[in-house]
Design a protein. Sequence first.
Length: 144
Amino acid sequence: MAKAGDTEPWNGEYYVSFGHDMGRHWEDARKYGFIGAGGGRWYSKTLDQLSENNRIWVNIPQTGYVGVGVVEKRAVMAKDFMVKTEKREVPITEAPLELDEQTKKDYLIKYAEDEEKAEYFVKVKWLRSFSIRQAVSELGFFGN
């Protein structure tokens, strides 16, 4: 029986929050293989903890878990994050996205050169991902 204050050993996996509708869209993340954060280095610097081959579990706050994947590339600024489109590989700032154009300008383009406020992306290979409608949330799951 565990006593108060006892902790379990870390399993080496990461649990990340995905701010859907906060300058990023979950369906874009599924399509192009990424997680992201921005709006200040306080938010995005945690992505720097992720390294290639780390397993991540993705939770959309107040919604549930929507994916599990493996990090393929470390965090980079949005302007440097490349995605494959039907025609060619382009920076995500030029890719067709679910975001409306104003949101794309406000979150991805406006601060593209500002290391403090820029959006950052981590390349992910999805092992399993689900639509928001299929999110899983159960009592006892890790989450904030």
